[in-house]
Design a protein around this ligand. Structure first.
Ligand code: ADP
Length: 178
């Protein structure tokens, strides 16, 4: 199947310019780092707004399963603390490389996050533009991979909401979704 074609149970895609910590959805995806112990950018915002329960659950996950860190391209869930969501799905995006094609790993973040969402029974999921901050991915390229992967996903999730922080990221996703 072409990665452009919508899968049988593909979710509806929606687009918002704003802050992912304000989204009242079943699950928000966090562009985490492999330590699961928090960081800057969207990760910092989620932990700040969500409160200490999220970090406590991340520490427990580290101790039980991810002593060496959550591998790039994988995803794992915690509850969402004080956020207006039920769960946070933490995924580790690839750092962009000019010499190596890491698109598969960025696609994997989206696929694995939706797989975890299905396990949770989440029907609405908000994604940030994974890897486009400190991990350096060009926004147009990241938007292409994100939109194609979600469109091709076979999932019971009904709505995937891309939440873009700034105008440029919003425009890149909007162009891809036309
Ligand atoms: P990464 O390490 O995966 O690059 P970053 O958090 O540095 O993750 O950036 C990912 C994207 O999230 C960037 O486009 C950044 O502008 C955006 N971002 C930062 N804070 C928020 C927020 N509160 N809500 C939504 N997106 C955000």
């Amino acid at each position: 199947m072409s990665s452009d074609r919508a899968a049988a149970r593909a979710p509806r895609l929606t687009l918002v310019q704003g802050d992912i910590t304000e989204q009242a959805v079943d699950a928000v995806v966090n562009a985490a780092n492999s330590s699961l112990l928090g960081g800057g950018g969207v990760d910092g915002a989620i932990h700040r707004r969500g409160g200490p329960d999220i970090l406590a659950e991340c520490r427990a996950l580290r101790a039980s399963h991810y002593g060496r860190g959550l591998p790039t391209g994988q995803a794992v869930a915690t509850t969402a603390g004080r956020l207006p969501a039920r769960w946070v799905i933490h995924t580790v995006g690839p750092v962009h490389s000019a010499s190596e094609d890491r698109s598969d790993l960025l696609a994997s973040c989206h696929r694995e996050s939706l797989r975890v969402a299905d396990e949770l029974g989440a029907r609405t999921v908000a994604f940030p533009a994974i890897s486009t901050g400190v991990y350096g991915w060009p926004i147009e390229e990241a938007a292409r991979i994100a939109v194609e992967t979600v469109r091709a996903a076979d999932t019971a999730v009904e709505e995937v909401r891309f939440v873009l922080f700034d105008e440029r990221a919003y425009a890149a996703f909007a162009a891809r979704m036309e």
